[in-house]
Design a protein. Structure first.
Length: 177
């Protein structure tokens, strides 16, 4: 094993792969929306005495799918268009197609003051790579992206292993000289 880690190409390879993987992990952690991941939240509704699972999956930068499933029943899915500004997003109920989306977004972005004021309203939700917070009135619920959490955890473990291997390569290379 020492013989393997003493080689300069091994050191360079481990160093480059470590830097790339750490950058990927940081990028996955700081993104405002985890596209392709599902944010889900389960709670018991007292009126019907059933658990309700609500989830939102951001398919791309325009379209998301909301799924509501009552305990023991089939999920009901609704596709909608949304717009985001950093870590905030809002649903665009008046949009029904990609062409409509472009027109509405262009119209919203024309007036900078109106655009900035839009993000202070009640229909704005907060989102990051791992959780989505929905606040309606005094009620607030948080949905988590379990897939994103698992993915970043695995990436972090791989990063630690790569950092260890890189440190070994550096130590053996320095000791060799």
């Amino acid at each position: 094993m020492k013989k393997f880690f003493k080689k300069l190409p091994v050191l360079i390879t481990f160093a480059v792969v470590t830097v790339l993987m750490v950058a990927l992990t940081i990028g996955m952690s700081v993104r405002p929306i985890s596209h392709g991941m599902t944010y889900s939240h389960t709670e018991t509704v007292e009126l019907i005495d059933k658990k309700v699972t609500t989830s939102i999956k951001f398919k791309n930068k325009r379209v998301a799918v909301q799924s509501i499933q009552y305990e023991g029943e089939k999920a009901v899915e609704t596709e909608f268009y949304y717009i985001n500004n950093g870590n905030k997003f809002m649903i665009l109920p008046q949009v029904g197609s990609a062409e409509d989306y472009d027109k509405v977004v262009d119209a919203l972005k024309e007036d900078k003051d109106a655009w900035n004021e839009l993000w202070k309203g009640n229909s704005v939700f907060t989102v990051n790579a791992f959780k989505l917070t929905i606040g309606i009135g005094n009620a607030t619920s948080t949905a988590t992206a379990g897939g994103a959490i698992a993915l970043v955890t695995i990436l972090a473990i791989v990063d630690l292993a790569l950092v260890g291997c890189t440190a070994l390569a550096v130590a053996y290379r320095v000791k060799k000289k």
